[in-house]
Write a protein that binds this ligand. Sequence first.
Ligand code: TLP
Length: 345
Amino acid sequence: MRIIDLRSDTMTQPTESMRRAMAEAKVGDDVFGEDPTVNRLEEMAAERLGKEAALFVTSGTMGNLVSQLAHCGRGDEIILGGQAHTFFFEQGGSAAVGGIHPRTVPNQPDGKLALEDIEAAIRGDNIHFPKTRLIILENTHNLCNGSPLDTDYMKSVGDIARRHQLKIHVDGARIFNAAVALGVKPKDLAAEADSVSFCLSKGLAAPVGSVVCGTKDFINEARRARKILGGGMRQAGVLAAAGIVSLNEMVERLAEDHANAKKLAKGLAEMPHISINPDHIHTNIIFFDITREGIKPEKFVQEIDAAGIRMLPVGAQKVRAVTHYHITSEDIDQALDVISKVMSK
Ligand code: TLP
């Protein structure tokens, strides 16, 4: 039975061309700055994001953490969404490792933080308060249906940050999805950010790795933070080689994933006892609610799994599905067929 795995775009396997590039990669000791393939990936990433420099890290979680450690000192405060991956799914690393105080504001359904909420959360000069240092945005926003944040919104947050001398970090795990969905360049979406981290190992299909981009000074600090976290890798060019293929070959095709996610959302919207608005789906992540009594997300997921369709249950009513490189339009037909049978039992 063919397994159609929609749990996450992290399930993607390296392509043939990645495997070849990995086998043939020229390598050196990257802690000494001597791995030519890592250096090449970092140059390419900096160029794509319109920043001076970049740093290859093990994961999106490490990318976000080294960025916070580079921007903030102990006791500093960050402003971020209550649904932000950095707040929700990274073990509270900001506080646990960095002594950084998270101040959450609500995410709007499209992943944005309301501008007035950001302004209201910024601390004044008062001996009782931590110092606000950093605003973190997420693009695309995972828990908010993979919504992309556009350049106008980024400019508005940039204005606030400049007025209050704050930095902006973008958790751009899927910023290439955002750029493709909005028809802009990743560097346009990153222009207002002091730092951006993006993942190679999600829709871009590399086996491992993320890249953090920013000024040279920021990257020097982030490199120190990576080392203390144990993330100084040696002949990491075997991994970076796959990341180079990601940037060269895997970006434009993300549009197919978005089309498949939209198709899945539209198909689900027509089914009884499933609630989803396909107009809210712009990239490769969809969430839908199961509204039928007696079928909880866990049970639903078990039943479709028996027919080879994998999705993730999240919370009391919700299920998540993510399209990616290994999912075809026919797979979506198959998934819809299985789901419609499960729901009409
Ligand atoms: N997200 C994973 C899970 O952790 C939920 C997924 O399957 O979507 N930022 C964002 C927006 C992310 O979605 C993720 C991973 C990360 C950061 C962390 O990346 P990794 O897993 O490489 O540490």
